[in-house]
Design a protein around this ligand. Structure first.
Ligand code: HEM
Length: 520
């Protein structure tokens, strides 16, 4: 009996695979006008994907760079099982992200609102109506005025970073991704949660450990993320969740406690907690269930801000340090600029002089070109129930009309290395972003923060914390390649964002440039 059931199950699975290949993976063959890849799962070698030897971001870059498609505006590809479209042409990218946003206002990825409400109700994944409401309520948190008021908080976390560096001795090797992540976790914790911490001094701090789990991708989490992003219809079946259960519970409980303390104490801190309390006061609730659902939506935003906010900037900081270690002359020029900014303000760096460090900004921009932490953007063509009744014609780019619900992918990684837009793309050249050059950059070929109404809402905080962290590391230290520095970067295909396998070890030499000069 058992044998018969097993045989039936195997036959069903095989039948399903055959059906998938017949129906789904032959989809693009029907449309001769659309250049397309061969029908294979993930448009790459299935074995490599299942064994996590590559991931979708890297696979799409290969498709983008395939000489066969060099003159194509679009390429028909396949997600896990779904026919999808890769967009190569910058003008068409502009139409999708900005001009025709009303047709592409949702992402294809989707957690399940019943089993994973904290992820599903977030500004990142929420459907248009919820997204619009959350975006308008929380965007003011990143206004120029708010960023200016956050600056002293960042500088105080930066001072912890300088102290941490000073404690390490004269010459030392450091795993920079970990240190940078501790720095950005503290920044996000203080600016968003209103929770001051020094995880550089106290790495065992519970809050820090739990927040860091948001950026960890073990095999189980990697699989769940793949399902949420590429097979959202299967999310419920597999019970895929974006965040690890204990971590999510801990963060929700902490938020409840912080909000309660703030409500009782009445302290104003100009952070996300203040916004949540204000929204709660302004809203009216039909009962405890309504209030609980509202608060769930608020916790959802806070946790997504945490997840989106610390890992991306820490990654950018560590790749910037890697490039600076390789190019001592670029590093020297940057360190002189940092010294100049501190000297001009007698050591008490102001927000204005911080923002006037042009070379630092150029270095961060170039780092984000070479190492975009999020390697692809994704959207979904609208559905009939969302009011989209007509297919979306791709003319004059391609004689094809997008059907409802089709996933769209924009290969940031591919665009950032395209020689057409970036001569010698493998070279780290901050000058590409100098005031003379940056105006000639087509914004649709440089998308580290996405673009359009769904772009990264925290982009300016991301840049500010990346620059602040680098400044505090380099103020009194030089960075260089050490014996333990990997010569060839080895990216972790399990991570949905750009991450290195085994971190990044770099060597630091203390030289007290800033402190000595300021004492003179
Ligand atoms: C270097 C740092 C960062 C990078 C490279 C980055 C990159 C991105 C990218 C590529 C997207 C998708 C945009 C799109 O689909 O068009 C995104 C979305 C988002 N990011 Fe960031 N991010 C960074 C920092 C931050 C920070 C500091 C926060 C908040 C504290 C944040 C919060 C978000 C949120 C909430 C979204 C979803 C926005 C929406 O869908 O409306 N990010 N980010």
């Amino acid at each position: 009996m058992l044998l018969q059931i097993s045989a039936l199950l195997v036959a069903c699975v095989l039948g399903l695979i055959c059906h998938l290949y017949k129906v789904n993976f032959s989809f693009w063959k029907k449309y001769r006008n659309v250049p397309s890849v061969r029908g294979q799962i993930f448009c790459s070698n299935l074995k490599d994907i299942i064994l996590f030897r590559t991931n979708f971001g890297f696979a799409l870059r290969e498709v983008y760079e395939d000489p066969k498609f060099a003159n194509s505006s679009v390429v028909g590809v396949y997600g896990l099982y779904k026919p999808s479209l890769l967009i190569r042409d910058p003008e068409l990218i502009k139409s999708i992200l900005i001009k025709d946003f009303d047709r592409f206002c949702n992402r294809y990825s989707k957690p399940d609102v019943h089993t994973d409400p904290i992820a599903a109700k977030s500004i990142f994944f929420g459907d248009y109506k919820l997204w619009k409401e959350m975006r308008s309520k929380f965007s003011p948190m990143f206004s120029s005025g708010k960023l200016k008021s956050m600056f002293p908080l960042l500088m105080s976390v930066g001072a912890n970073m300088s102290d941490h560096m000073a404690r390490q001795g004269q010459v030392f090797c450091m795993e920079v991704k970990d240190v940078c992540a501790r720095f950005t976790t503290d920044v996000i914790a203080t600016t968003i949660f209103g929770f001051s911490s020094d995880s550089l001094k106290n790495p065992e701090e519970k809050m820090h450990i739990e927040i860091r789990k948001l950026g960890l991708f073990d095999l189980q989490r990697a699989l769940q993320v793949v399902i949420i992003f590429f097979a959202p219809k299967l999310v419920r079946l597999f019970g895929a969740k974006l965040f690890e259960k204990n971590c999510q519970e801990y963060l929700v409980a902490s938020l409840q406690q912080i909000i309660q303390e703030r409500e009782v104490g009445g302290r104003i801190r100009n952070d996300l907690i203040d916004i949540i309390i204000k929204l709660k006061q302004e809203a009216s609730f039909e009962g405890p269930k309504d209030l609980a659902s509202f608060m769930e939506t608020m916790y959802s935003q806070a946790i997504v801000f945490l997840a989106a906010g610390y890992e991306t900037s820490a990654t950018t900081m560590s790749f910037a340090l890697f490039e600076l270690a390789k190019q001592p002359e670029v590093q020297e020029k940057l360190r002189k600029e940092i010294l100049g900014a501190f000297k001009d303000t007698s050591g008490e760096l102001s927000y204005e002089s911080f923002n006037s460090m042009e070379y630092l900004e150029m270095i961060v921009n170039e780092t984000l070109r070479m190492y975009p932490p999020v390697p692809i953007l994704e959207r979904k063509h609208g559905k009939a129930e969302e009011g989209i009744s007509q297919p979306y014609s791709l003319m004059p780019y391609c004689d094809y009309a997008l059907p409802e619900g089709m996933p769209i992918y924009i290969p940031i990684f591919g665009l950032h290395y395209d020689e057409k837009y970036w001569p010698n793309p493998w070279q780290f050249r901050p000058e590409r972003f100098s005031s003379d050059n940056k105006n000639s950059i087509n914004p649709m070929t440089y998308l580290p923060f996405g673009n359009g109404p769904h772009n990264c809402v925290g982009n300016r905080l991301g840049l500010m914390q990346t620059k602040c962290g680098l400044m505090h590391i380099l103020k009194n230290h030089k960075v260089r390649m050490g014996d333990r520095t990997m010569k060839q970067l080895d990216f972790d295909p399990k991570a949905f964002v750009l991450q290195l396998k085994g971190g990044m070890n770099l060597e630091f030499v203390r030289d007290d440039m800033c402190d000595n000069e300021l004492l003179e």
